[in-house]
Design a protein around this ligand. Structure first.
Ligand SMILES: Nc1ncnc2c1ncn2[C@@H]1O[C@H](COP(=O)(O)OP(=O)(O)OP(=O)(O)O)[C@@H](O)[C@H]1O
Length: 736
């Protein structure tokens, strides 16, 4: 390589040094300049070469609480190194660790990180240096000769003339318009672009613009854009904006989430069986499936994933274990949800009140009113008493010919029935509130109940009919025997037992749902001209026989009868159940059957049932115990909140933040307002419950309480805190 040939390069900094930090051809003939003085301040500094990064190895990240000193180079990503981060400092705070999350690090928010970004000057100078070299503005005469401003520019020959006439200005470049599918209205690209732009603008401006977008069904103004499939995505995106901007809490429709929960199933049944199904309104369509999940039942205690549950050691607990069993909780919450359902009176043309009862809500699942269990159309509502605010079930029998109030007298005796297998009856009266002559009976309300008929023979969305097994039939028999025994003891008779008048109020728990009606209707029928023979036949059936008929009806539905017959004994012989069961069932059809003898017959099974019930009681009690502990903590929460941050005593030096009760405020910060190393809030229920339990017990364990500005640090024991809390609370009550 001749020295004179590459003389022009001797003032140009070598790019190898700029890029790699060194040039391996420096002494092997590279003609570019390797002088460090010239390199500095010209191009982007290579890693480790700048003054900033030279000190990087000494800078530290001081993690509050851990006091760890870590070299920046080991922590920083290459990009941050390039960005020249020198140090992230925060004042170190040492705290006492009382658990895995009990390190309070308020200082993390106050970290003042100093960043040293590469300056534009450097880049500019590098660029200018490079470009000057390329543009030949250096003093090299050779560059001037080879490549200068006067050199002809490269102009590619256009392949087509399509764009030749277009202006190079950005404003004049046409928008890309995808080909329009068949059948779609064609719009000029310019119109579309303008319309989209105006639509977005109108949405962003809170819909002030005159152009309207229609993104959801039921919107009054069906805009022109919404019909165009090209804008569907844009529409769905912008609909959020429109909805948010135009939301008015006063006029907004009440949102009822559509869920897959059991209660929803029941709800949907109401719709499915309705004889006059209502077409969904625009709002219904809009809201449907917006919330596929039931109300946030798991918001505060999600169940652990199955693998965690499986691998849990006997001494380990999850947050889930601190609360009532999830399935039980969900079930109870669904019941609560069902109890709270309501409907506007106008919607179903229901009276606003019937006597002292108001807020009627139909709970029938079967809207086929042609089936008349009692010879009259019967409709069941949930209602609320104006007297005590409790929920009740109102059964309405339409057009019962009651001529005298004396026919209602029998209810007095029925009110005395206090049996766990009978729904308690409270009241009976007649009303014209429904614009007819209705007989009303008021019963206890059991949310989410299904009749035996519904449970075993009907399928609802999300629920198939439950299988009838020998065990379930024993269960029903014994529970109904209990009801019969109690009713007979009071000198009453149940009359016919039908599967649609027995409700399942809990797993395997059944209750007679329409007690007393038969007695009233019998008295009513006595006031009417009646065939004497009919009356005789009605008297024949004993409660035991009625029980036998019901159990036989349920049992025979499980078996295919080879020889269809009406004779109960023959049917029982064909059943595929144990002989003990068959013996029990056939006894119910004997004329000499007595309750006492029947009770003896089923005694072993009663013991089995009693065992199951006691186990169930124990399970419920253990859940109750857990909730008892939670209730204790709720009271403690309330106590703490009653004491701290009271506005009326803020001027009281002793009570306010800087006064005697200051540790309580700091303790609340310690429990609820911790943040982790990254400044993220620590949401750890275990920590909260640990701390509150220790406070409640007043343990002799010290904690460090630090104010958020780190100006105050207190070391206190839970014992001292408990004394302070109690003292403050008594003072608040004026008892100190
Ligand atoms: N005390 C009650 N508490 C809660 N729900 C009840 C109560 N009594 C009845 N129900 C519910 O009301 C609904 C209607 O009950 P009803 O006795 O009218 O049954 P049905 O199948 O409609 O019978 P029918 O065809 O004879 O009218 C059932 O789903 C039942 O579970």
């Amino acid at each position: 390589m001749s020295g004179s040939q590459y003389d022009w390069a001797k003032n140009i900094p070598c790019r190898n040094i700029q890029i790699h930090g060194f040039c391996k051809f420096e002494h092997k003939g590279c003609s570019y300049n390797h002088d460090p003085a010239l390199q500095k301040g010209t191009a982007v500094s290579p890693v480790g070469a700048s003054a900033n990064t030279a000190s990087a190895g000494e800078s530290t990240i001081t993690s509050a609480g851990t006091n760890s000193t870590v070299t920046t180079s080991s922590l920083m990503s290459p990009s941050s190194q390039l960005a020249g981060i020198t140090s992230i400092n925060s004042s170190p705070v040492t705290t006492l660790s009382t658990g895995k999350t009990s390190t309070f690090k308020p200082s993390v928010f106050n970290q003042k990180a100093s960043y040293s970004l590469p300056t534009n000057d450097n880049n500019d100078s590098a660029n200018s240096s490079t470009s000057s070299a390329l543009n030949g503005t250096s003093s090299s005469p050779i560059m001037n000769k080879k490549f200068n401003l006067d050199s002809p520019a490269f102009r590619p020959t256009p392949l087509s003339t399509k764009f030749a006439s277009l202006s190079p200005s950005l404003d004049h470049i046409p928008t890309f318009v995808p080909s329009i599918p068949n059948g779609k209205t064609e719009k000029s690209p310019a119109t579309e672009t303008a319309t989209i732009a105006s639509a977005i603008r109108s949405n962003l401006n809170g819909g002030e613009s005159t152009s309207t977008l229609n993104f959801g069904p039921g919107q009054a103004n069906a805009g022109k854009i919404s019909n165009d499939a090209t804008f569907n995505d844009l529409g769905s995106m912008s609909s959020t904006l429109t909805k948010t901007n135009s939301f008015n809490p006063v006029t907004a429709p009440v949102f009822t989430p559509k869920t897959n929960s059991a209660s929803d199933t029941i709800n949907s049944l109401n719709t499915n069986f309705s004889s006059h199904p209502q077409p969904p309104t625009g709002e219904d369509l809009f809201y449907q499936n917006t919330n596929l999940y039931p109300v946030n039942f798991l918001l505060y205690a999600p169940p652990p994933p199955p693998h965690v549950e499986l691998n849990k050691k006997s001494n380990e607990r999850t947050v889930d274990d601190l609360f009532i069993n999830n399935k039980l909780r969900e079930y109870l919450q669904l019941k609560n949800e069902e109890s709270l359902k309501s409907i506007s009176n106008n919607e179903l043309d229901l009276p606003s009140h019937v006597g002292q009862y108001h807020s009627l809500y139909p709970i029938d699942h079967n809207f086929d009113y042609s089936t008349k269990s009692f010879g009259y159309v019967s409709i069941v509502y949930k209602c609320m008493s104006n007297e005590n605010g409790k929920l009740y079930t109102m059964r309405r029998l339409q057009n019962v010919p009651i001529t005298s109030p004396s026919v209602l007298k029998s209810i007095k005796k029925w009110k005395k029935v206090d049996c766990s297998n009978c729904v308690k009856v409270y009241d009976v009266f007649t009303t014209r509130a429904f614009n007819d002559n209705s007989l009303i009976l008021i019963y206890d309300y059991y949310p989410m109940s299904l009749t035996l008929m519904e449970n075993h023979f009907m399928s609802f969305p999300g629920k198939n009919p439950d299988l009838i097994t020998e065990d379930s039939l024993w269960n029903y028999t014994i529970q109904l025997l209990n009801a019969i025994t109690e009713v007979n003891r009071l000198g009453l008779s149940l009359g016919s037992l039908t599967s649609s008048k027995i409700i399942i109020t809990n797993k395997g728990r059944i209750r007679l749902s329409a007690v007393g009606i038969n007695s009233i209707l019998e008295d009513v029928s006595k006031t009417l001209p009646k065939d004497a023979k009919e009356l005789e036949e009605a008297e024949e059936d004993s409660d035991l026989l009625n029980l036998g008929k019901l159990i036989l009806f349920l049992a025979k539905s499980t078996t295919y009868l080879k020889a269809p017959t009406e004779d109960p004994m023959e049917i029982i012989m064909q059943l595929k159940f144990t002989n003990v069961f068959k013996k029990m069932l056939s006894y119910l059809f004997r004329e000499d059957a007595t309750i006492e003898r029947f009770q003896e017959l089923v005694a072993p099974m009663i013991l089995k049932l009693a065992n199951g019930l006691q186990n169930s009681c124990d399970y419920m009690e253990s859940n109750l115990m857990g909730e008892l502990e939670n209730a204790r903590l709720v009271r403690l929460f309330a106590k703490l909140d009653f004491i701290s941050e009271r506005p009326e005593v803020v001027k009281d030096g002793l009570w306010s933040e800087t006064g005697e009760r200051y540790p309580i405020k700091l303790f609340k910060d310690y429990v609820f307002h911790q943040i982790d190393d990254n400044g993220k809030p620590v949401v750890d229920l275990t920590h909260v419950i640990n701390c509150l339990n220790k406070l409640d017990a007043g343990v002799d364990e010290n904690i460090l309480l630090v104010s958020s500005d780190e100006m105050t640090c207190l070391i206190m024991s839970y014992k001292q805190l408990k004394e302070l809390v109690n003292k403050s609370f008594l003072k608040l009550l004026g008892k100190e």
